[in-house]
Design a protein around this ligand. Structure first.
Ligand SMILES: Cc1ncc(COP(=O)(O)O)c(C=O)c1O
Length: 361
């Protein structure tokens, strides 16, 4: 049975190893997952309560327009509801963008070290994937991204801050990118880690939405809001593009339980503040500890730290599993000598540093 040939180009997404699998394989009970940049504090209690209440409506289809959540988001971001498209995680929005804007005669540009789903989305629709070389310190390079763009480029994906390095394009670089992209090329600014990016020269793409019709900004409830398992993300762009994106969505992309949880999480400012405070307090402590053991540390602006390893990252990953700690070796992202470590609870971070020093020092 012949499949579409471009599907063979897809390298399956490699998720972080689940806790249950490590517990089973290693006979452990208290495994710490520092592999997928989830929120170490878990979901907001208000979100959990809202989700529990929503369960009783389980016989009904959810609101496919996500009316109530979109109304809250629209107030939050001071944009009309027509600017929003809600999906099954922000991953879903990247897929919708590929479906609407790409075809086999077009191309999309990504950076060398970046989030894996963009490549899957581009290959899924048979478009050409162009990979721009990274800049210094493995982050995105506006010059290299622009050099890869031509008249066939319909999408440029930029995660800001980026995964896996955690660095970001600052205000000047974002503005330079937007100014130089042709109008037929849409820039997707993926702001999955927006809430953790606390440096003054970091700017959200939202500030540019009214000036650049070829801009899409995506956000997620999976990271700072602690709802990765619920699968809710959204895109913001000009209403006529948002309308096209909604046309190719499945009819009921987000369950009513997830919608209720997301809406409650949005109103739980205290939980968000605690989540950000944990990351900003632990980031320098973990980074300093790692720098004593590992040859190079990229502290970044997200809720994770990437570091170079003195032994192959896959081997270090295996050894850490024996200590009940799951990190992410970055071979599948083109960095076989790097691991990415989610910033966990203080005890988890100390336990990781201890395990690393037992293994390597
Ligand atoms: C840069 C980046 N974008 C998007 C996502 C996916 O987010 P979601 O759970 O909303 O699909 C991730 C998840 O790791 C990410 O690192």
């Amino acid at each position: 049975m012949p499949a579409n040939p471009h599907i063979h180009a897809i390298r399956p997404y490699q998720p972080g190893k689940p806790i249950a699998e490590v517990e089973r394989e290693y006979g452990l009970h208290a495994v710490s997952k520092l592999a997928s940049n989830e929120n170490a504090l878990g979901p907001s209690p208000m979100a959990l309560l809202a989700a529990q209440k929503a369960l009783a409506q389980g016989a009904l289809y959810p609101d496919s327009s996500a009316f109530s959540l979109v109304r809250c988001l629209s107030e939050r971001h001071a944009l009309s509801p027509g600017h929003f498209v809600v999906g099954t995680g922000s991953d879903h929005i990247f897929m919708l963008l590929a479906l609407v804007l790409l075809n086999p005669a077009t191309n999309a540009v990504i950076s060398e070290y970046t989030f894996q789903t963009y490549a899957i989305a581009v290959h899924s629709v048979g478009a050409e994937l162009r990979v721009a070389r990274s800049g210094p310190h493995l982050g995105h390079s506006v010059d290299h991204l622009l050099a890869a763009v031509d008249s066939g480029t319909r999408l440029v994906f930029v995660d800001n801050p980026n995964n896996p390095i955690g660095s970001y394009l600052d205000r000047c670089e974002i503005e330079r990118l937007l100014e130089h992209l042709p109008p037929e090329t849409t820039l997707v600014l993926d702001e999955a880690y927006f809430e953790f990016a606390d440096l003054p020269d970091y700017v959200s793409g939202l500030a540019y939405l009214d000036r650049y019709p070829n801009l899409v900004v995506t956000r997620t409830f999976s990271k700072a809001y602690g709802l990765a398992g619920f699968r809710v993300g959204y895109g913001m762009t000009r209403p006529d593009l948002a309308d096209l994106l909604k046309r190719v969505r499945l009819p009921f992309p987000v369950s009513h339980v997830a919608l209720a949880a997301a809406e409650a999480a949005l109103s739980d400012e205290a939980h968000l503040a605690r989540s950000r405070a944990l990351v900003s307090a632990e980031r320098p402590v973990l980074a300093q500890g790692l720098a004593r053991i590992l040859p190079e540390v990229f502290t970044g602006a997200g809720n994770f730290i990437t570091a170079k390893t003195p032994i192959p990252a896959q081997d270090l990953f295996q050894k850490l599993l024996e200590h009940g700690i799951i990190v992410r070796p970055l071979g599948s992202m083109g960095l076989p000598e790097h691991v990415r470590i989610t910033i966990g609870l203080p005890d988890e971070n100390r336990a990781l540093l201890k395990a690393l020093s037992d293994i390597l020092v």
